[in-house]
Ligand binder design. Sequence first.
Ligand code: 9G3
Length: 568
Amino acid sequence: MKMSKLLMPTLREVPSEAEITSHRLMLRAGMIRKLAAGIYSYLPLGLRSLHKIEAIVREEMDKAGAQELLMSALLPAEAYQASGRWEVFGPSMFKLKDRNDRDFCLGPTHEELFTQTVIDNVKSYKEYPMTLYQIQTKYRDEGRPRFGVMRSREFIMKDAYSFDTSREGLDKSYQAMYEAYCRIFTRLGLDFTIVDADSGAMGGSGSQEFMVKSPVGEDGIAYCDACGYAANYEKCECIVSEKPQIEGDFEMEKIHTPKAHTIEELVDFLGMESYNFAKTIIYKADDKYIAAMVRGDREINEVKLKNLVGCTDDLELAEPHIVRELTNAEVGFAGPIGLDIPVYVDKEVTFMKNFVVGANETDMHYKNVNLGRDFEADHIADIRIVEEGDVCPKCGQPIKTAQGIEVGHIFKLGTKYSDALGLKYLDENGKSQTVIMGCYGIGVTRCIAGVIEQNYDENGIVWPVSCAPYEALVLAANYKNEEQTKAAEQIYNKLKESGIDVLIDDRSERTGVKFKDADLIGIPVRITAGKKISEGIVEYKERRNGEVIEMSVDEAVEKVIKFIKDNK
Ligand code: 9G3
C-alpha cells in the first residue's frame, strides 16, 4: 500500500478525554475516530489490526471444532422475555420499536438466540456435542463508556456457546475453548493470566476470566506466585488475618464522638487503630435493606455480599435519607445494635474484642462492643475484598494484587438457558433430557487496546507482527532523491511479491516526519533507502529493539522476510 494514498490522519495532540495510552495512540495513529460517547469508527489502520485479530480468533475457534454463525444484532424482545432477561439489564440494553410498535433490542449477548437456533434446528442427541460461535457487533449502553474502545457502547465480541448432553461433555467443550483462548492470546502476544471469576447473573458452576495485566485494567486480580492460584478480586477467598485487639472484660459504653463521621476522624478523635473499629454499611438489596460489617481497615466486597444475599440487582449504598430513617442518625453513625435489618458480618469481625461501632445516634458510638454479647450477626461469611499482604487461600503464601483488562470470559452455564427456553433432546432410551451449555466470550475490539497497552514506548505503538496493520514499512529518506525513491520502490515490490504485508512511505515529506509516523503507527520492521543507497546499502530497523543496522538491499529484504516469518 502506498502511504500517499492511505487514509491515515495521524495527530500530534489528542483530546484530554483520552486518559490511557491505547486510547491516545489509537487516535494519534489514525486508527479510530469517535462518533459519539463509546461509539467509534475504525479507519484503515485500525480496521486492518481488527481484521488480523478476528482472523486469529476465527482460526483457533475453527481448529477447536466450533462452527461459525452470524446472528442478527437487531433482536425481537420475545427471546429475552422468555429467559426473563428483557428487564434484568435495565438501561444497559438498547431497546427500540419497529414501525409496527413491536419491541426490539440491539443484542448485548446472544445466549437466548443461540439456544433458540439449536432448539429449532437440532433434533437428535446424536448431533451433540456442538459448539457454535460468531464474531459480531454487540451493544450495551454503558453508564460510563471510557478508555476508547476498552469500554465502548458498541463493540465486537466473539461469543461462543457449547451444547452437550452431559457434565463430562461440558467439561470437554469448556476445556477445548480454554485451550483455544490460550492459543489466541498467545498469538496476539498478550501477557495474560487466567483467573477464577464470579459468574454473576450468568449463574452456572463457575467461570474464568482471561486478564491482560495492565495498570489501566478495571478489574482487580489476586494471584499467588507460589502455587499459581489466581482469582478476580471479586471472587478471591480471603483468609482471616487478626489484628491486635483490646483485651479485658469491659461493659459496652456509649461515647460522644462529635462530628466523627469517617474512620479517620474517629481514629484521630479516639486515638485508636482502625482495626479496633467495625464499620457498618447499609445497602439496598433489591427492594429491602441490609447492613454489612467489616473491620475498620477492610473494604466490603459487594460481589461476594450480593451472592450471599442472593439479590438480583447489584447492591447499592442506601440513600442518606434511608440511612437516617433506619438508624435515627446522620450517615456515619450506623451500627449493628438496635438495627432491625439483617446484619451480614465478615468473618474477621468474629475475632474482634471490645471494639467500637456506630451507636445509631448522631455523634455517638459504642465502645467495648463484643459480637455475641452485645449484638447478634444474621450471617457470618467472607465478605471483604482481598488485599496485598493477605495470604493465598490455597497455599498460605503471600498473595499479590494487580489490575487487569478482561479480554475473555468463559462460563460453565449448565441448564439455565436450556431450561428457560426448553432446549431438550431424547436420549438413547427415548427419555427427554435437558441440554447442558457453556458460553465463551472474547472482547475482540478490546483486544486491540489490550495489545497496545502492553506494546508501546515513548514513540508510539510497537505492534507484534501478528496484529500489526502492516508487517513492514519501506521509505526513501529523501523523496527528492531519484536513486533513493527508486530503490525504495524496488524493495517494496520485492517484499510484496514475497507475500509481505508491506507499506511504502512515498509521501513528499521530510525524513523526520516519516520516521516519527513510522514509530507512531508501530510497524514492526522498516527498511530505509538513504544516502548509502549509491553503495547498495540500506538501513534495517526493528521497531521493538530500535537498532539500526546497515546492510545490502538483498540482505535487508531477506532479513525482513525472516523476521516476519519468525515472529508471526
Ligand atoms: C445484557 C446487557 C449487558 C450484559 C449482558 C446482557 C454482561 C450479559 C454477561 C455475558 C455473559 C457471556 C456470551 C459470551 C460470554 C459472556 N453484560 N452479560 O449477559 F442484556 Cl445489556 O455477556 N455472554
